[in-house]
Design a protein around this ligand. Structure first.
Ligand code: PGA
Length: 253
């Protein structure tokens, strides 16, 4: 059986101090929760990572991810952070290909396949994001777009590598909009993604693959979404910034 994963993407929100307070709240809220078959990840801005790691270590319940990384170990790349730097800081996960990175920073599938391999080479676990825009869905192209993102971004990885990848399906029209994909819409796409993995890598890898849903996940809709057979948890933006909301999502799954 697959574990449930709940990841909170803080984006470019919170000061370091606010981030630490948020983690203290999560630690306190999870004190009596054994988190059986559940993994909780927070994904703060780079600058917050050392303080957040120090805080999560006190309770040992929460894992830490980064929001992006460069593909080289080091080099003359002003403003970038390498997978090796993240690993040395104690980071375990990294989101790659979030739609905001694709849209505002022109990251494409070709770049993302290189970043994914680079993260894996440092034993960082990628959370690879995919998802269609509203116009793509309205044109009936959502399956095709997601298929292209998954195939071009991930399918040159070996079986050993792909086992360490989490996929997040995040329809762009549902991110930060308060509009959620219906559980049926999300399930349909998750089943499609799992099917792509089955065809490429076989049943064992496909059935172990963790596929998160993202896009306006809230405490009041999480249970229904996470109850679908191919939805293994969520990548949560806005609702991960308040301990109470994020804890509500964790306990509803
Ligand atoms: P949201 O963001 O939950 O605020 O819609 C999700 C995401 O961008 O990962």
């Amino acid at each position: 059986m697959r574990n449930k994963v709940i990841a909170g993407n803080w984006k470019m929100y919170t000061t370091i101090e606010e981030g630490v307070v948020l983690v203290k709240g999560l630690n306190a809220g999870l004190e009596n929760n054994t988190l059986e078959n559940k993994k909780i990840i927070v994904i703060p801005p780079f600058l917050h990572i050392p303080s957040v790691i120090e805080e999560v270590k006190k309770a040992g319940k929460i894992h830490v991810g980064a929001q992006n990384c460069h593909h080289e170990k080091e080099g003359a790349y002003t403003g970038e952070i390498s997978p090796r730097m993240l690993k040395q800081a104690g980071v375990e996960y990294v989101t790659l290909g979030h739609s905001e990175r694709r849209q505002y920073f022109k990251e494409d599938n070709g770049m993302l396949t290189i970043k994914t391999a680079a993260a894996l080479a440092e034993n960082l676990l990628p959370i690879y994001c995919c998802g269609e825009t509203l116009s793509e869905r309205e044109a009936g192209k959502e399956r095709e777009i997601v298929q292209q993102q998954v195939e071009e971004g991930l399918f040159n990885l070996t079986e050993e590598q792909i086992k360490n990848v989490i996929v997040a399906y995040e329809p762009v029209w549902a991110i930060g909009t308060g509009k959620t994909a219906s559980p049926e819409q999300a399930q349909e796409m998750h089943a499609h993604i799992r099917g792509l993995f089955r065809t490429k890598y076989g049943e064992n890898i496909a059935s172990d693959l963790i596929i998160l849903y993202g896009g306006s996940v809230k405490p009041n809709n999480a249970a229904e979404l996470f109850g679908m057979p191919d939805i293994d948890g969520g990548l949560v933006g806005g609702a991960s910034l308040k301990a109470e909301d994020f804890l509500g999502i964790i306990t509803s799954c």
